[in-house]
Design a protein around this ligand. Structure first.
Ligand code: ADP
Ligand code: MG
Length: 450
């Protein structure tokens, strides 16, 4: 076997062991540079691929190589300068045509509400979403039997909708006879409202009860909507008893959804709950590279690094950055320089307003608990306000190192002892309550990411 054949055979096997997005990101433009005395050196285009391969994939790469050639004892990776970024070329007409086709395909299917854009192939997996991804794949393999319901939660722009839709798309592909329905919670609600108004609840119920895979996105919006919750509860029970798969998403775990009927909460909690959190730096790089590659533009690493180090908590914003780079490329027919990219991305990159300020913290807490800011600040002793207020005080202390008198003053001139009491109380609770830790992290995501 020549070096090239050996590597082709290795890649062919690797392809089955890692996700297509990771494969495309880390293994594109790699080849065997050298093979001598049982040592193989793989050429990789940049340091990120090198690190990633060394740290994450070295074991499987080595195993495959060794199976193919028993002489091989070790494998290393080298960045070969001459193999670096070739001049980017403008997409050919054929490619542009392809893009248009892609654009047409983006239409959402009317009966399932699934968009062909959201598939597992384009979903980058890292430690921050591994569990949710694995649970989704398990559901796809055996709809209705392993994790039912599957409940995925996490902050905005972190891939919940993408995963939910990918579950739907994949099941549709593997089990074409299954009836799948993806719905946003707003749509589910408006369906219930209009069925009540038009007095055709029965037909709505029958329609939902015919479904094999029911996917409901952003269920936090059902908070306080009693009639809708009741309908969902009955729909859930019918589907569940028939062994149909149900998938939910929310921006917070079930126990943190206020104004949710207890019986529905316990249904949400009855299956598998998995979270998605913010991606680490390596995965942010992987996502940027995947997105640039999807669009056929060769963005230099330094720009990706710049974006990945400035946009940290929201994958949607990472995508927004890539789209700006693409727009520049189309307009000017050249890849922007780092300086140009910085100007281009000024509005997307975490601006100072994305840093915590007292105002942002109070707004985020209010939003999370569905309270008006003025109620949060006012001196009310109502239970549903007291605790969020304590959390807001705690966050002012933690995130901004605000003084206790300052914190007291922010909340209609409360005494500094109230601020101390609140912060200590929350701190103490945090030691025993994982759910509170989670809750506060979700609020942090809003402060910095939203
Ligand atoms: P959410 O529903 O959690 O607010 P979305 O699923 O809408 O977030 O994701 C926001 C954008 O980021 C989408 O365009 C999605 O395709 C993209 N995205 C999210 N997670 C990933 C991922 N792990 N890999 C690739 N793209 C992702
Ligand atoms: Mg979403």
């Amino acid at each position: 076997m020549t070096k090239d054949e050996l590597w082709q055979a290795t890649l062919a096997q690797l392809q089955f062991q890692i996700s297509p997005a990771n494969f495309a990101t880390w293994l594109k433009n790699t080849y065997i540079l050298d093979k001598k005395d049982g040592a193989v050196v793989v050429s990789v285009p940049n340091n990120f691929s090198k690190e990633w391969l060394e740290n994450k994939y070295n074991k499987i790469v080595f195993k495959i190589l060794r199976n193919l050639d028993g002489e091989i004892k070790e494998v290393g990776y080298a960045v070969e300068r001459s193999a670096r970024q070739k001049e980017p070329s403008r997409p050919s007409l054929a490619e542009q045509g392809e893009n248009q086709l892609e654009f047409q395909e983006l239409r959402v299917d009317k009966s399932t509400n699934l968009s062909p854009r959201y598939v597992f192939d384009s979903f980058v997996v890292g430690p921050f979403n591994e569990l949710a991804h694995a649970a989704s794949l398990a559901v796809v393999k055996n709809p209705g039997s392993v994790y039912n319901p599957l409940f995925i939660y996490g902050g905005t722009g972190l891939g919940k909708t993408h995963l939910l839709q990918a579950v739907g798309n994949q099941i549709l592909k593997d089990f074409p006879q299954k009836r799948i329905r993806y719905l946003s919670s707003e749509r589910f609600t408006s369906g219930v409202v209009s069925a009540i108004r038009n007095k055709n609840m029965d037909s709505l119920r029958n329609m939902y009860r015919e479904i094999d895979v029911f996917i409901l996105d952003d269920v936090q919006f059902l908070a306080g909507k009693d009639k809708t919750q009741e309908e969902l509860f009955h729909t859930f029970n019918t589907l569940y008893e028939k062994g149909k798969q149900i998938v939910f998403s929310s921006d917070r775990p079930p126990k943190a959804i206020a104004a949710l009927e207890e019986r529905l909460r316990s249904r949400f909690e009855g299956g598998m709950i998995a979270d998605v959190s913010a991606p680490d730096f390596e995965t942010r790089m992987a996502i940027l590279k995947t997105k640039s590659q999807e669009k056929n533009i060769a963005v230099p690493d330094e720009i990706h690094e710049y974006v990945a180090s400035h946009i940290q908590r929201n994958i949607r914003e990472l995508e927004g950055a890539v789209n700006r780079l693409i727009a520049f490329f189309k307009l000017n027919n050249k890849i922007p320089s780092l300086a140009e990219a910085k100007v281009l991305l000024r509005n997307v990159i975490q601006s100072p307003s994305k840093f915590a300020t007292p105002k942002r913290i109070i707004a985020a807490v209010g939003e999370f608990y569905d309270l008006k800011e003025k109620d949060l600040i006012a001196p009310s002793r109502k239970k549903e306000v007291v605790r969020p207020r304590q959390i807001a005080m705690y966050l002012l202390r933690e995130e901004l190192k605000s003084s206790y008198p300052f914190i007291g003053k922010k909340f209609s001139g409360k005494d500094h002892t109230t601020a101390i009491y609140s912060c200590e109380k929350i701190e103490k609770e945090l030691r025993d309550s994982e759910s509170l830790v989670e809750e506060i992290n979700l609020i942090r995501q809003r402060i910095y990411g939203g």
